[in-house]
Design a protein around this ligand. Structure first.
Ligand SMILES: [Zn+2]
Length: 337
């Protein structure tokens, strides 16, 4: 009977006071959200994920534009990414509490971009979890010149567009554990393999494979049905394409991208990202070869295949420009050899 009551409480989403370590929603320490998280479970696996809204962070989506997830093992929970505000991180923590009474052991950050890491604050302040990231993530705060985003500038921007969910108390929480190429976490009955895949979308890109389930959290290396953001100094589309080949070799049974739709058809999600990068590269490569200036090249290119997709307006032109520069630079290097 007691077991039934506990099961019912879980079904109803009532936190178990014995196992629960997180305060109730009424005590929410961050500005409340009006749009609930969209949570789904991977079929036949103890893995749940939150799917963000398409588009870029703003008041309309309350900053919920990225995906995140968590793995429930026999020895606690591992979280992958923490969403784009402390409020969203808190909502994810509440969801974990509803799903299982087990403590959060690790929070793994796919890369240090605002839309994935501002939620770390909720985990740092309300759990004993260790935050894990690839070692380049450490650049995010200490070396703003080489960081993917100017951390302070980005925080100011988000305090403007995402207030009250990002406010003067919001801070970027650094990793507790950093790894270089690969790290395996044996947690209860699950094995989590963290793989460095950058620099591609950012300097610190990594992916997490959950075994034996074959579920891959791909971070922003894979984006499905949404135009990825590539306009930063650390983007290397050459490495990015190689990283996509690596993802494919893992033969994931289920893929959860950093943005966009999760899928059992991993190959399709990978192909979407690869096709987009290749398409922009081809368009810009011709321009670089012909010494066409960027504005003319951009105007001449046919964008009809992508122009109606989420984040096209905000990301595509910058992406094309970044790729133009990358190709121009590699042509210059090639010429010197
Ligand atoms: Zn992202």
């Amino acid at each position: 009977m007691i077991r039934h009551v506990a099961a019912l409480a879980m079904l109803l989403g009532i936190a178990n006071p014995v196992q629960g370590s997180v305060a109730q929603a009424a005590d929410a320490p961050y500005a409340p959200l009006t749009i609930p998280l969209h949570i789904e479970q991977v079929p036949n696996a103890p893995v749940w994920y939150s799917i963000g809204n398409p588009g870029i962070p703003g008041k309309d989506n309350e900053g919920n534009t990225s995906n995140a997830g968590f793995v429930v093992t026999s020895d606690g929970v591992a979280v992958f990414d923490a969403l784009g505000t402390p409020s969203l991180g808190w909502a994810l923590l509440q969801q974990i509490e509803k799903t299982t009474g087990k403590p959060v052991r690790y929070v793994i950050a796919s890369h240090y971009h605002a839309d994935h890491v501002y939620g770390l604050q909720a985990f740092k302040d309300h759990t004993a979890a260790l935050i894990v990231a690839q070692e380049q993530a450490g650049d995010y705060k200490v070396n703003e010149e080489t960081a993917d985003e100017r951390a302070e500038q980005r925080l100011d921007q988000r305090r403007g567009v995402l207030f009250p969910w990002v406010d003067e108390k919001t801070r970027v929480v650094p990793p507790d554990i950093a790894f270089k190429e690969r790290m395996t976490i044996a947690l209860g009955d699950r094995r989590l393999t963290l793989l460095f895949a950058g620099p591609a979308h950012s300097s610190s890109d990594m992916m997490m494979m959950v075994e034996p389930d074959g579920v891959l959290f791909a971070g922003d290396i894979v984006q499905n049905g949404r135009i990825p953001f590539m306009n930063s100094d650390d983007v290397s589309t050459t490495h990015w394409l190689k990283a996509l080949d690596e993802v494919e070799k893992l033969h994931p049974k289920f893929i959860i991208p950093g943005h966009g739709v999760a899928s059992t058809r991993a190959a399709e999600a990978i192909a979407f990202t690869r096709d987009y990068i290749q398409y922009v590269r081809d368009a810009m490569a011709k321009a670089v070869r012909d010494w066409t200036d960027f504005d003319a090249a951009y105007a001449q290119a046919d964008w009809s295949k992508y122009k109606d997709m989420p984040a096209f307006a905000s990301n595509n032109r910058g992406n094309a420009y970044r790729i133009y520069l990358e190709l121009e630079q590699s042509q210059f290097k090639g010429d010197k050899k």
